[in-house]
Structures are given as C-alpha cells and as structure tokens.
Design a binder for this molecule. Structure first.
Ligand code: URA
Length: 230
C-alpha cells in the first residue's frame, strides 16, 4: 500500500506538490471514484488509478536510455550541466549507472533502481561495455596486441580489451572494467590520444540509433529483464 500522492509521483505524473493539486482539482480516480485526499492509501497491485481517465502505469523503478551528449557530467548535482538536467520527467532519486567523461558521448543508463545500478557496476560481474573510439595516430599490430592482452601503465593494470578495427584510426573496444579514464589511458599507454569516444553498449543494452545526443527513452520490458540477468 502507498499514499496516493506518492504513488502518482512515483509513476511520473508530477512532483508531490503537483499531484496534490491534481487530486484536489479532481483529475484522479481510484476504482472509479474521484479521489479527494492525497493521503488515501492505494494498493499498487489491485487498485485501478486513472489520471484524466487514463490508466496510470506504475512501477517502483524507472529506467531510461540516454544518448549522452558531450558537455555534460555524469553526476546528479554540481555547478556544471549534468546528465539529469536532460531528463524532464519528475522522478526522484535518479542517477546515472557509471560515469562517462564530460566529453564522452553515448549510452548511459539512468534509473532510480539502486540495486540494479550496484550489480551492473560491481567489478566481480565483469559487465561488458563497448565503445567506438577514434584516435589521433594509427595503432601498430604490436600496440593492438598489448591492448588485447592487458596493459600496465603508470602502476595501473588494465584488463584485456576486445579490439575490432574500423579504419586506421577508428575501432571498437569492449572492456569489462570501469576504471577512471580507462580507454583514454590505455590509448596513452600505447602512444595515441583519444579524439572521440562514444559508448555503444552495456551488457546487452545497445544504444538506440534513433536517439540523437541529448535524447532519451524508456527501456522496454525486455531490455530491463535482460539487464537484470546479472
Ligand atoms: N573510458 C574513458 O577514458 N572515458 C570514458 O568516458 C569511458 C571510458
């Protein structure tokens, strides 16, 4: 059971104070009856809640796929523009799962499901992350072999990455760690500099090509289920 105002806010209808007003103004029905009180209790499983006569789809957690644009930091607050500034729905406690550098683009999962976020980031889970990478200088076969077998650089060790060539200076890399500046540092270790970086995939979740930088969409039920298989 949940308070009606909390239920509606969790379902993304509005902030707590906005939904209180919507209830007062008669926009909400519970089991066919106009709701009068924000603190009435609703049963998430069995009660039918309508907002302007449309069923409210309720789930405890929400999951968004964002195509992160450059220029945003992967944080929840601060002085610089952050990725949550791009999400207009009024959900509380959203956070990005993992960090992309300010100048990195691409797939970022945004959710309020702390448990899933934790599981996906746990180092022991070795969740795959695939990136499209452009560098300033072509890599030699020897340098590619180092990337594929794991690199030690400045006292840091980076696990083997899967490399797939696209052109002399562009390729995809699959990594299973989430170390700070991991790909940029791996490239510096082999004498190249990253000039463009975009995340394409996390586990089975592939960046939707229809999303332009800065756009996002809800994950499908299948996408959520497959992320939870960790
Ligand atoms: N590796 C990096 O260097 N930066 C990112 O944003 C992600 C992976």
């Amino acid at each position: 059971m949940n308070r009606l105002d909390k239920y509606l806010a969790t379902a993304g209808i509005g902030t707590r104070s906005e939904v209180k007003k919507l209830i007062r103004d008669g926009h909400v029905k519970v089991n066919g009856v106009k709701a009068k009180h924000a603190d009435m209790k609703v049963d998430e499983e069995n009660d039918e809640v309508l907002f302007d006569d449309e069923p409210v789809s309720y789930s405890e957690f929400v999951y968004f796929m964002l195509n992160k644009p450059a220029g945003y930091i992967s944080a929840t607050s601060g002085f610089e523009p952050n990725v949550l500034d791009l999400i207009i729905e009024p959900f509380r406690n959203l956070f990005p799962v993992g960090r992309l550098d300010k100048d990195t683009e691409g797939l970022l999962l945004i959710t309020n499901d702390g448990q899933l976020g934790h599981e996906l980031l746990a180092p022991r889970k070795h969740v795959e992350k695939e990136y499209y990478v452009e560098v300033d200088l072509p890599l030699s076969d020897e340098e590619i072999a180092r990337i594929e077998s794991g690199i030690t650089w400045k006292d840091e060790t980076y696990k083997p990455a899967k490399y797939k060539k696209i052109s002399d200076t562009s390729f995809t890399l699959v990594i299973t760690e989430g170390r700070y500046h991991e790909i940029k540092r791996m490239m510096l270790a082999v004498g190249s500099k990253v000039t463009y970086l975009k995340r394409l995939r996390m586990k089975d979740l592939v960046l939707d090509e229809d999303l332009k930088p800065g756009e996002y969409r809800y994950l499908t039920d299948e996408e959520i289920a497959s992320l939870k298989e960790v």
